[in-house]
Write a protein that binds this ligand. Sequence first.
Ligand code: ADP
Ligand code: MG
Length: 145
Amino acid sequence: MKAKTHFEVVTHSPAETLEFGRQLAGEIQAPCVVLLEGDLGSGKTTLTKGLISGLGLAREDEVTSPSFTLVHEYGREQKAYHVDLYRIEGARELATLGLDEVFSQPAIVIIEWGERLEGKIPGPYLKIKMEYLASEDRKITVEYR
Ligand code: ADP
Ligand code: MG
């Protein structure tokens, strides 16, 4: 992903968001942090299924929301982590997740509710904002910063 990457797309179904995730997977290389921002139901988990399956690390049906376990790990040599910060409140709870350990690895780290980490990511990251437009329409803004 280039430093000035900044674009948006509109998808019209969950399948299109999955496909967009698969395509985007071809553009990213570890180490890479992906912050996913947007309300509940905006499609963050759906996009993550596309990303992780597109990276070839799991089938899309094996990628489930880490709402309770908070961090899911995929892959062996090449690793991806899928983190959900929805239930995390405050810096102390955040510290219990062991994200420093995750960030120290040459992995792809995908974080739902990533707005909670903005300003705390050590290097460059991909910020993906998802917005609900209509029942099946989502605007996806991708920015590399
Ligand atoms: P989040 O992780 O942001 O809460 P999910 O991916 O779990 O969102 O859920 C998105 C919901 O919206 C799913 O029920 C999905 O079927 C639905 N949906 C409808 N249209 C789209 C779309 N274009 N892209 C992604 N999800 C969509
Ligand atoms: Mg989710």
